[in-house]
Each structure stands twice: as structure tokens, then as C-alpha cells.
Ligand binder design. Structure first.
Ligand code: NAD
Length: 481
């Protein structure tokens, strides 16, 4: 698929694809070539109102559809995603930059999420509470919360929307989604799969355009009952404040700054080789990416050398090239932000083990970078790098490393490596994080809860907790006349 065959993005409102009616137009760029893939006409305020109206009209019949029927649509959509895997992976590569193999993996994970949601939707169980009054029966039932506004970013433009849409639809809630205006086509592929699987018109609507006015309009509207956002902590807090003034439930999946604790009972080379593909996945632009490395004194030098050797030999290039293992950063903002963090760390005394520079002058490529002896005062130790940079420092004791790991406002993912069971138990309980991987990177799956604490947000996606976010509790007390 060349640039010219990139699908033309459009709004999806009430079951029809159409151009936005605003005067504003945004460019979608290929981050590997900087070429324009498409021009997208943005949604106007009238388009947003149309999407809300379509959602309201679809609400009653979707909430009353059986969980089995809702599940059938989700399962059929999962099958369509799998059948379209190669084409969607290419779209992900073109608009977001990830290598094709990572695109294929994202499609598989999105399909798994829809399938899990289809199954779990059947298990929105309530309960019967024995009454203290004779002749009274008491039920606790779980019902769909109602229309949902979802906002998703550019780093996983298929998987993140699938997590939100899958759970919402399974629970019986219609959705208006505003994906990133920079990577619209992958989300459109998901919407198309659901529409082709028989989702009734209006049950899922998609808007593209300027995020702030669209989110403000949707969150303020009385018909929207739940807001879900994935993106930066700054924007998440703004949206939470707005949702708060309208007493709306909001789920936030925000930034992370995952600490990696490597204890001296590990083989440093083995850990470095295992962690490198995870670190450089999506060029480090994942909220759960390992980002602050603390390595115990005895194995410190060996770990730095091993990770630098893997990083320096990683093939970086256009994701369409089958040899590529790491693609470009997703946009020019990231190149500037990542380089500024690297330069700041060096100015603060960090040592450059490899990388540390932009690659080429076309496309947003940045070399896989390893920095050692990075002091806590360097910005990269407290600001989310969202890029292919590994800052490493040494530690001596458990107490010291736990304190440093917990010292930032983020609390999304965290990782620890040790063969000592007592250490494993201790770090798992002391790390302030929504997810802890101990000798494991499997922290994001359809059936396990995903989300953070502290400034990393609130609410969980996936797992039984994911469905729960779209349900409200109703108590029914019933007597006999
Ligand atoms: P940004 O905060 O400007 O945008 C992030 C996403 O939020 C984009 O998709 C954008 O469309 C959306 N957005 C922005 N303003 C919005 C608004 N008012 N209402 C609704 N949606 C809005 O940030 P950026 O420059 O793209 O990235 C900056 C940082 O954000 C990154 O360094 C990273 O720390 C974080 N980020 C996190 C995730 C994640 O998965 N949690 C994803 C993308 C970015």
C-alpha cells in the first residue's frame, strides 16, 4: 500500500460516512517520510450534535438488546479484524510509524479485546439480597450507564479504541469516539469492522477534528453519561475537571513512567536482552513502556553494556521494510521532546552509552538511546520520555530503590527482576502502580485489568473491571399487592 492508497478518513455519524462540515482541515502525515497521507475536513459543532442525536436515538434499542446479541456483533467484528489484519497493519504503519509486525500484533490484541468483551458482557451479574421485611424481594441489578464519549490518542490507534468501544458496547452503551486526528484510519478500520458486523446505525459514531472543542461539547452535553480518555496527564486533568462540573463519570488512562528494578541476583545480560524489545516497541511510545531503570551495584556495568549493545544494533527504519525492528517517532513534537530530555540528562552528568541523536533528515527517526549514571535531578527521571530512551542509574538497597521508584507522581506500570521470592513479594506490594510485572512483561491483556494510580489516572480497562466501568447499579425492592 503506497501513500496514495491510504484510505480517505471521514466522520461516521448515524451509520453514514461523511465529510466534516467545519472549515478546518488537518493533515495526516506518514512519520517515516513526512509525506501527506490525507487531508481531513474536521467535524463542526453541528456534526457533534448530529453524533450525539444519533447516539441518543440508538441508546434504547442497544441497551435492551440481549448480551448474547451484542456479543455476536463484537465477535463478528473481531473475526473481520483478523481477516483484514494485513491491510490494517499497513495503515498502522503508514500513519503511526510502527513496524508491520507490531501492527499485526496490535490487530490481534484488538480482536482479542472485542472477543473478551463479547463474552464478558454476558456476565454482568446482579444479586439477590434477603430482605429484613416479610414479603419483600430485593434485587441488585447492573445496567448500562448510557451514552459514552471516548477520546483516544495516536500511539495505539486501534487497540485503545477497541478497549473502550468493546467494553462499552458489551455493557449496552452506545459510543461517540474522537480518536487522534493524527492517526484516524486505524480507528476507522475498527468502526468499519463493527458496522460490517451488523452494529445498528448510531450505536457507534466517530468524529475527527480539533480535540478541545469536540471534547468540551461532548462532555458538557447532558445526553453523555460517561467519559473515557487516554492521553496525557495534562489533558486528562482538564477533562476530569470539566466532567466534574457536570457530575459525569470519567475514566482516565494517562501517562506513566515505569520503573524497572533489576536486582543483583539476576543475569544482567538475560534481563537486558528480554527487556530491549519491550522498551523499543512502538519506539518507546507506550504508556507502560519501561522508562526508569534502577540496577543494583554488583551487576550495573554489565547491564548497561548489554542493553547498549542490543540497542545499538537495533534496525531502525520505515516500518514497511521487513528488516525494521523500530520505526520513527509518531510526530515532530516527539523528536524535539525526546532530544531535549536526552540533552538535559547529559548536561546533568549522565553518560551516553549509545544513540542520543536524530537519525537522517527525513522522517521522525531517533536512535535507540541508552544513558547511564542518570541523576534523579535530570528531567527524564521525572518526565515521561515517550520515546526510545533508556535512562539507567545504580542502586544499593531495597528501601532506596522503592523510594526512588515511588517518587514520581505517575503510577501506571512497574517492573522488577529478581530470582528471590521474598524480594519479588516485597516489591510487588511496595511499588505504587496499577500494574506490576515481576520477571514478566505480560501486563496488558484482554482479560486483565489495565490502569493506573496517582497521576496515571483512575478506572480500569479490560478484565471484568473494564466492563464494570460502563455499568451502574440499580436496587429494586419488590413487594406484592
Ligand atoms: P496531547 O496531550 O496534546 O495529546 C494527546 C492526545 O489527547 C491526542 O490524541 C489528542 O488528540 C488528545 N487531546 C488533546 N487535547 C484534547 C482535549 N482537549 N480533549 C480531548 N482530547 C484531547 O499530547 P501529545 O503531544 O500528543 O503527547 C504528549 C504526551 O502525552 C506524551 O509525551 C505522553 O506523555 C502523553 N501521551 C500518553 C498516551 C497514553 O497512552 N497514555 C498517549 C499519547 C500521549
Amino acid at each position: 500500500m503506497e501513500e496514495r492508497t491510504y484510505p480517505q478518513p471521514a466522520q461516521f455519524i448515524g451509520g453514514s460516512w461523511r465529510e466534516g462540515r467545519s472549515d478546518a482541515v488537518v493533515e495526516v502525515l506518514n512519520p517515516a517520510t513526512e509525506q501527506v497521507l490525507a487531508l481531513v475536513r474536521c467535524a463542526s459543532a453541528e456534526d457533534v450534535d448530529d453524533a450525539i442525536l444519533a447516539t441518543v436515538e440508538a441508546n434504547e434499542s442497544w441497551r435492551l438488546a440481549t448480551a448474547v446479541d451484542r456479543g455476536r456483533v463484537l465477535r463478528d467484528a473481531a473475526a473481520l479484524l483478523r481477516a483484514r489484519e494485513q491491510a490494517i497493519a499497513r495503515v498502522l504503519c503508514l500513519e503511526q510509524g510502527k513496524p508491520l509486525a507490531e501492527g499485526v500484533r496490535e490487530v490481534a490484541m484488538a480482536a482479542d479485546v472485542l472477543e473478551w468483551s463479547a463474552e464478558e458482557g454476558r456476565r454482568a451479574y446482579g444479586r439477590i439480597v434477603p430482605s429484613r421485611y416479610r414479603g419483600i424481594r430485593q434485587f441488585v441489578v447492573r445496567e448500562p450507564i448510557g451514552p459514552v464519549a471516548a477520546f483516544t490518542p495516536w500511539n495505539l490507534p486501534l487497540l485503545t479504541p477497541a478497549m473502550k468501544i468493546g467494553a462499552a458496547l458489551a455493557a449496552g452503551c452506545p459510543v461517540v469516539i474522537k480518536p487522534s486526528e493524527e492517526t484516524p484510519a486505524a480507528t476507522i478500520a475498527l468502526v468499519r469492522a463493527l458496522a460490517d458486523a451488523g452494529l445498528p446505525p448510531g450505536t457507534l459514531n466517530l468524529l475527527l477534528g480539533d480535540p478541545a472543542p469536540i471534547s468540551h461539547h461532548l462532555i458538557s452535553h447532558p445526553a453523555i453519561r460517561k467519559v473515557t480518555f487516554t492521553g496525557s496527564t495534562r489533558v486528562g486533568k482538564e477533562l476530569a475537571a470539566l466532567a466534574g462540573t457536570h457530575a459525569k463519570r470519567i475514566a482516565l488512562e494517562l501517562g506513566g513512567h515505569a520503573p524497572v528494578l533489576v536486582f543483583d541476583d539476576c543475569d544482567p545480560r538475560r534481563v537486558a536482552e528480554a527487556i530491549a524489545p519491550v522498551k523499543f516497541r512502538n519506539a518507546g511510545q507506550l504508556c507502560v513502556s519501561p522508562t526508569r531503570f534502577f540496577v543494583q551495584d554488583a551487576i550495573y556495568e554489565e547491564f548497561v553494556a548489554a542493553l547498549a549493545s542490543v540497542a545499538a544494533s537495533l534496525p531502525v527504519g520505515d516500518g514497511l521494510d521487513s528488516k525494521t525492528r523500530m520505526g520513527p517517532l509518531a510526530n515532530a513534537r516527539r523528536v524535539m521532546a525526546v532530544d531535549a530530555l536526552v540533552q538535559d540528562a547529559l548536561a546533568n552528568g549522565a553518560k551516553l552509552a549509545c544513540g542520543g541523536r536524530r537519525l537522517g533528515d527525513r522522517g521522525y527517526f531517533y536512535a535507540p538511546t541508552v544513558l547511564s549514571d542518570v541523576p534523579d535531578r535530570a528531567r527524564i527521571m521525572s518526565e515521561e520520555p515517550f520515546g526510545p530512551v533508556v535512562p539507567i542509574d545504580r542502586f544499593a538497597t531495597m528501601n532506596e530503590v522503592v523510594a526512588r521508584a515511588n517518587s514520581v507522581p505517575y503510577g501506571l506500570a512497574s517492573f522488577a527482576f529478581t530470582r528471590d521470592l521474598a524480594r519479588a513479594d516485597e516489591v510487588a506490594s511496595r511499588l505504587e502502580a496499577g500494574m506490576v510485572g515481576v520477571n514478566s512483561f505480560y501486563i496488558a491483556q484482554a482479560e486483565t485489568p489495565f490502569g493506573g494510580v496517582k497521576d496515571s489516572g483512575d478506572g480500569r480497562e479490560s478484565g471484568i473491571e473494564g466492563l464494570d466501568g460502563y455499568l451502574v447499579t440499580k436496587f429494586v425492592s419488590q413487594g406484592y399487592l
